[in-house]
Design a protein around this ligand. Sequence first.
Ligand SMILES: CC(C)(COP(=O)(O)OP(=O)(O)OC[C@H]1O[C@@H](n2cnc3c(N)ncnc32)[C@H](O)[C@@H]1OP(=O)(O)O)[C@@H](O)C(=O)NCCC(=O)NCCS
Length: 151
Amino acid sequence: MDKNTIKIRLMEDEDFNAVVRIDEQVLKVSRPEYYEQKFERLFKSGEYLPTSLVAQDENQTIVGFIMGELYIGEYGISREGAAIDTVGVDPHYQRRGIGEKLMNEFLDHLKQLGVKKVNTLVDKNDTRMMLYFDSNNFSPSKAVINLERSI
Ligand SMILES: CC(C)(COP(=O)(O)OP(=O)(O)OC[C@H]1O[C@@H](n2cnc3c(N)ncnc32)[C@H](O)[C@@H]1OP(=O)(O)O)[C@@H](O)C(=O)NCCC(=O)NCCS
């Protein structure tokens, strides 16, 4: 498989099963309820602009996805508030540039919509994800820190 044969397109409601399948392959747990809520919010609420993407191979099989949220508030789209919340590439297709291609198209699309900043939360101990975001030029925020306390 050559990454040039991979096509990126906007995610649709019908991609639900493929997204759940890939997420299960990468995380080794199945979480359809999580995606039911996400799909409901992103595709049916009317409060978010479509930004999530899927990558499909030459047989139209979905091999990766990136999900983002771009809220349309009272004053239009939130230019500082776009977020990436899930990304996944089928383990059989990893390290071939598909994750990078998804990211590039995702960011290009947001840029065209006037978004200036995109953020995401990553587990510091998840070396693969840290390296993936680092290689896509994400860096720790200087403005925001994640506060927590045990209770
Ligand atoms: C992170 C992930 C999306 C990367 O997808 P991918 O298609 O393999 O990524 P790419 O081939 O475009 O890699 C881009 C760069 O990211 C970095 N990278 C990606 N995977 C890596 C790994 N396993 N180890 C080290 N660096 C890695 C590298 O710098 C790589 O560039 P290189 O191959 O030229 O060295 C994929 O590994 C994945 O789905 N991981 C699981 C994600 C997950 O847990 N999702 C659920 C919760 S959000």
